[in-house]
Structure formats: structure tokens, C-alpha cells
Design a protein around this ligand. Structure first.
Ligand code: SF4
Length: 400
């Protein structure tokens, strides 16, 4: 059995670097236009060239999401962008709109069918394969049996989501956000309206909110849990899919690093013949901001996939910084700050390949060598003594 690719989200260049350094085989990103994350950082053309180089230098793959539902006015700029992606050397583009697919066919680009196209059966998969798609990203709304059936009847590579946020609609084909706010999920501008707290208002009594009956905590009838197939990764791999995808181009470097490292270790352990769900993997996934986990549709076990109590993700650790340098002589780590930390706090170092370790911060210096006692500023450069050698790109966290 071929080892499936571990595919990670790259919301910006730093997240792309983290994904690859922490063990992803491939990354997917969006340009400034035409991908479905209008409010993500996304990549300029120069950044795309840089990202392709960084990825290919490591013999890994890079895919561009061009999965917008295009309107006529988009077509000229799209054609130009696709030509650019072709010349930049991306390994494939992800498309869902047939017009975009038609434009892609005027280039030499390989293309994958995005989950946004909602492929839920083998005939649809085969149809897209016959059109030239090398890979189909299946809709998230499929059971394991359905995935197996599609695999048996379609020769295209299959990709499935294994981790991350879910939509309450069919993989994002949704009008809710557009209807309530004017921001269209199909143009990459979703406001996540499905996660809001809803009440009932009688039209003559403005300002009086009547709870819609879930329970006393409110009503989040459309608020999906987050997908996590880690405990069933053996079954996922045995289904023969070519790529295991992590959702989350809008999420932090901390999320990307943590989720990628855990799934990397789990996939490798399966192919080393010693897969069992390790508690340290689950602990790590629980430290990252997330809603309660679900297996979604994969097991078809009928367990609820929505959370009715709150739409806020829980987080068991705070992301404090990224290690940018390490001096082995003085055992000093240079950290770029991402969250406030202080002397005397216990912190943890989560490393790309090494073991996680924790220690108390005994002292701190600023970039100019001055002694400081706290680091309150975003991206402040801070030096601290460490008790063990620490890898560059390690994440410093504080457990709550
Ligand atoms: S509103 Fe919710 S269901 Fe609709 S596209 Fe956005 S996240 Fe998905």
C-alpha cells in the first residue's frame, strides 16, 4: 500500500514553512484572489514564486486553490492568474467551477477537483477524472463505505479531509452568510454565520429575544464540531486514499505545526507496523484551539456532530512564540513573540522533530541585550536561557 500524502494548509508563507518543516508532504494555498479564503493573508505573486521554490527545494508538492465560483467578470483575470501559476510551477490547482476548469485546460496545469464541487458518488468522480482531473477531493459528507466504493470505481487519486473545521452545509456550498451579511461563502468571504447564537424575535417587539429551545445555554443548531479522524487513521489509510488533508488556512502557525506533527507521526507509525492511538497525540490535538472533535460522516455512527452549548473553540495552551535561533554555546534561544510571557512562567517547547520539553523562564533579554521581565509586544525578539537544545521553528507555549 502506498503511503498517503499528508497535505497541510498554508495560509501565508510562514505557515507554509511551518507545515513543511513539521512534516507535511504537500501544502495548499490561495492567491490574493480566486481562492475561498478572502480574509486570509493569502499569497502575492512574488510570495507564490518564493513558496514554490521553498517547497520544491524540499522535494514536496504545492497546490493552488482556485476554487471560487467565478462570474463572467472574473474570467480574464483568472485566465491571466492561471497562466502565472502554470509558469510558477505549482504542482496542481484546485478547482470547483466548470468555467475555471475550462480555463485550466488551456494551460498545462494539472488540476484537482475541490471539495467545493461536492463529489459524493463514483460517477461524479469518474466524470471529473474523464475530464482530466488527476485527483478528486471528496465531499466531507461521505462514509468510509462510500469512499471505498468510489475508490473501486474511479482511477483518479482521492483526497479526503482528516482534520479541521466542518461546514453545516455541503462542504461550504452555502448561502447563509451571504443572506445574513452580504458576504458570500462561495466567493471566499464566509462570516461563519452557522456558528452564531440564534434567538427568535417577534416583529413588533424589537430587542426582545426569545430563546430557541435547545437548552438554557442558547441555541447553536448549526454549529458543527471539528473533524478529527486520528483515532481511525488505520481505517482511513486502508481505504486507499492518496492524500489526507488538514483544514485551516485561516488558523495559526501553532495549529499547523501541532496538527501536522501529530498526523505525520501517526501515518509513519502505521507504515512502521506499530500504529496505536497514542495519548500524547491526542493531548497535543487538545492543546490546540478547537471545538469538540467528531468523526463527521466517516463512521456513520449517528453520533451528534453539532455543539449546542457554545460556538467558542476551547484551547488548552497559549501560543507564545516561535524559536528563530539557538546558540548552543550559551544555551540561549531567540524567540519571536506571539503572545505575552514573563519571567518565572513555566513554558513548553514543541519541536519540529525533537521531544517536547518544559521549563521555567528564569531570565529574559531583549534584542539589544537589555534585561527585561516580560514580553508584551507582538513579534518582539526575546532571548531566554533554555535547559535543553531547542530546534529552530519550535513553538513556545504555555499550558493552561
Ligand atoms: S456559514 Fe457555516 S456552513 Fe456556511 S459556508 Fe460558512 S462555515 Fe460553512
Amino acid at each position: 500500500m502506498t503511503k498517503p500524502e499528508l497535505l497541510a494548509p498554508a495560509g501565508n508563507f510562514e505557515k507554509l514553512q511551518a507545515a513543511l518543516i513539521y512534516g507535511a508532504d504537500a501544502v495548499y494555498f490561495g492567491g490574493k484572489n480566486f481562492s475561498l479564503r478572502a480574509f486570509g493573508d493569502n499569497f502575492t505573486r512574488d510570495e507564490i514564486l518564493q513558496a514554490v521554490d521553498f517547497t520544491h527545494e524540499r522535494s514536496k508538492k504545492i497546490y493552488a486553490a482556485v476554487n471560487i465560483f467565478a462570474h463572467n467578470a472574473d474570467l480574464d483575470a483568472l485566465a491571466n492568474y492561471l497562466k502565472f501559476l502554470d509558469s510558477a510551477g505549482v504542482d496542481a490547482v484546485l478547482v470547483s467551477d466548470l468555467g475555471v476548469l475550462n480555463l485550466v485546460k488551456e494551460t498545462n496545469l494539472k488540476f484537482h477537483i475541490s471539495t467545493q464541487a461536492n463529489v459524493t458518488n463514483w460517477r461524479a468522480a469518474k466524470f471529473f477524472h474523464d475530464l482530466g482531473a488527476s485527483r478528486i477531493v471528496l465531499a466531507r459528507e461521505l462514509t468510509r463505505e462510500e469512499i471505498l466504493d468510489i475508490k473501486q470505481n474511479c482511477a483518479a487519486e482521492l483526497e479526503i479531509f482528516v482534520h479541521g473545521a466542518m461546514c453545516i452545509s455541503y462542504s461550504g456550498r452555502c448561502w447563509l452568510s451571504k443572506f445574513l451579511t452580504g458576504r458570500d461563502a462561495n466567493q471566499g468571504a464566509c462570516t461563519h454565520s452557522c456558528r452564531w447564537k440564534y434567538n427568535l424575535v417577534e416583529e413588533m417587539r424589537a430587542g426582545e429575544f426569545f430563546p430557541v429551545g435547545e437548552d438554557e445555554r442558547g441555541s447553536y443548531v448549526m454549529n458543527s464540531k471539528d473533524l478529527c479522524l486520528l483515532p481511525y487513521l488505520d481505517k482511513v489509510i486502508q481505504s486507499g486514499v492518496a492524500s489526507l488533508k488538514i483544514e485551516g488556512r485561516m488558523k495559526s502557525v501553532n495549529y499547523v505545526a501541532g496538527v501536522v506533527k501529530v498526523y505525520r507521526a501517526a501515518i509513519d507509525s502505521y507504515f512502521n507496523g506499530n500504529f496505536s492511538v497514542r495519548s500524547e497525540w491526542l493531548d497535543e490535538l487538545n492543546k490546540i484551539a478547537h471545538r469538540p472533535y467528531t468523526t463527521g460522516f466517516f463512521l456513520s455512527d449517528g453520533k451528534p456532530t453539532e455543539i449546542y452549548s457554545t460556538s467558542k473553540p476551547s484551547r488548552a495552551s497559549d501560543f507564545l512564540g516561535i524559536i528563530r535561533a539557538f546558540d548552543a554555546k550559551t544555551m540561549t534561544a531567540t524567540i519571536e513573540q506571539r503572545g505575552k510571557f514573563e519571567v518565572n512562567q513555566r513554558v513548553e517547547f514543541f519541536q519540529p522533530t525533537g521531544k517536547t520539553f518544559s521549563q521555567i523562564i528564569t531570565s529574559m533579554r531583549g534584542e539589544d541585550g537589555t534585561e527585561i521581565f516580560s514580553a508584551p509586544h507582538a513579534q518582539q525578539i526575546v532571548k531566554i536561557p533554555v535547559v535543553e537544545p531547542v530546534e529552530i521553528w519550535s513553538i513556545m507555549k504555555r499550558n493552561n
